[in-house]
Design a protein around this ligand. Structure first.
Ligand SMILES: *[C@@H]1O[C@H](CO)[C@@H](O)[C@H](O)[C@H]1NC(C)=O
Length: 184
């Protein structure tokens, strides 16, 4: 009797172990995104051609302060510096004699102008449809879209431990607009 119970017990234990190993071995079981938000983040990573090692950072970049305390505000500050740095590097590499006045003008144009630049870039990526906001917040408001757009680069910088990697992703996304602003 005692033996039989032990036997059944070990079979049950083996089965439990087997199922948990299966769940781990089969990624679609545990990590395939299922919520609309997770699916949108997958699509966004394809669009920007950057895959996060820690997708939690991208989730945070696309979470507005009205939605959660774990939001994109600080990432957005870092992202703005990433954009300013990469734009300055690009411009001065092309023309070391560029005047500081012109350099500052283009930086403001590209990184600080909510209406014409970062909100437009963010809007093209459809961030207004992805970002999580409270019910009372308009996710299409330029400041909201812009915050998420900048935060994305802050998130990449942290994900890669590299400002340069984040700057390169920005320049790829923003390439055309940059040439336009430089020509002005
Ligand atoms: C949300 O913001 C966008 C962009 O500023 C605006 O066009 C739209 O009318 C706003 N929607 C509401 C419901 O306020």
């Amino acid at each position: 009797m005692c033996h039989l119970r032990q036997f059944i017990c070990s079979i049950l234990l083996a089965f439990a172990l087997y199922s948990s190993l299966q769940a781990q071995a089969n990624p679609s079981f545990s990590t395939r995104p299922t919520s609309p938000f997770s699916i949108a983040l997958e699509t966004l990573q394809n669009q920007i051609q950057y895959t996060f090692q820690d997708v939690e950072l991208l989730r945070r970049a696309l979470t507005h302060a009205s939605y959660s305390g774990e939001n994109n505000r600080a990432l957005s500050v870092l992202g703005e510096k990433v954009i300013e740095g990469s734009v300055s590097l690009q411009l001065l590499s092309k023309d070391i004699d560029m005047s500081p006045k012109d350099l500052n003008r283009v930086i403001v144009e590209l990184s600080s102008n909510v209406v014409t630049s970062c909100a437009a870039d963010g809007g093209r990526l459809g961030l207004q449809k992805i970002i999580r906001v409270s019910r009372k917040t308009n996710s299409s408001a330029p400041a909201v879209v812009c915050g998420a757009f900048r935060a994305m680069f802050g998130a990449i910088a942290i994900d890669k431990s590299s400002l340069d990697s984040a700057g390169k992703v920005f320049l790829t996304i923003h390439g055309k607009g940059m040439e336009k602003a430089m020509a002005m």
